[in-house]
Design a protein around this ligand. Structure first.
Ligand code: ZN
Length: 262
């Protein structure tokens, strides 16, 4: 079985003492590849160190919405300069978060649009973080989305209407993560209406640990629980969910992986 963790912060400080052990444990369970979305300028050294050391890790570059403040244009300059000096597999994670703090909502919108335009210019996919902000994000994407823009709404917890709106942007997918295993998470009710061709799987580790590991540090091994839950809801064999969603992630991020080995 081959699984791609399409959204992992394995470069985070939480893994400084056992990153290799965590990656090995994941690989043994089939989780062999990891897409690593950046947070902000302070997380870049760890991100690049991890990606340079472990060839199964593919870094993205971007400014996370919760790191957008009055200094955001400086942060965006950093994003631009890293993109000019090395290979990244997408722009992320970017978006709008109105759950934690609404102080910089206008700045968040500007930073999001700027990075979407950057993605279009560079021909890279975007990893979008949407929290209490689908309307704000949709109103920007309605203007910006075209055939040159692809991406994923990571940790999708929206409604069926939100999903249908995402389908309008033809080359977008949804990332299904730990919330699918939560009672009352709501994702289990929307999931049966989502086409498997539009799904990638993710942990968002070290956050959002799925049942039965809820409350603990999340790690990529737990993607197996998410795959099993998705397979249960869609009434499909888990290996089929694994190979289809892995192929989706490989295609979306254009990863140099031979999917035959699955
Ligand atoms: Zn994330």
């Amino acid at each position: 079985m081959l699984l791609v963790d399409s959204h992992s912060h394995i470069f985070a400080e939480d893994f400084d003492y056992d990153r290799e052990v965590v990656l090995d444990r994941a690989a043994q369970a089939g989780v062999k590849y990891h897409v690593l979305p950046n947070i902000d300028s302070t997380s870049v050294p760890r991100l690049l160190e991890t990606a340079d050391r472990y060839s199964q890790c593919f870094p993205l570059m971007g400014l996370h919405p919760t790191s957008v403040n009055r200094n955001f244009s400086k942060e965006l300059e950093v994003v631009g300069s890293y993109l000019s000096i090395r290979k990244f597999w997408g722009i992320g994670e970017i978006g709008i978060d109105l759950y934690w703090d609404k102080t910089f909502v206008e700045e968040q919108k500007v930073a999001f649009r700027h990075q979407v335009q950057l993605a279009k210019k560079l021909g890279l996919p975007v990893a979008i973080h949407a929290r209490n902000s689908f309307q704000e994000i949709f109103s920007i994407l309605d203007e910006e989305a075209d055939s040159t823009l692809s991406g994923v709404f990571h940790s999708f917890t929206g409604t069926l209407e939100d999903y249908r709106h995402i389908l309008d942007y033809q080359t977008f997918m949804v990332g299904i993560g730990g919330v699918v295993t939560f009672k009352n998470g709501g994702v289990d009710r929307v999931l049966p209406h989502i086409n498997i061709e539009k799904i990638v799987l993710e942990t968002d580790s070290p956050y959002l640990s799925p049942a039965p590991a809820r409350g603990k540090r999340n790690e990529s091994f737990n993607l197996t629980f998410i795959a099993q839950r998705v397979a249960g809801i869609l009434e499909m064999p888990v290996h089929e969910v694994a190979s289809l969603t892995s192929a989706n992630a490989i295609k979306l991020f254009n990863l140099p992986i031979n999917n035959e080995e699955s």
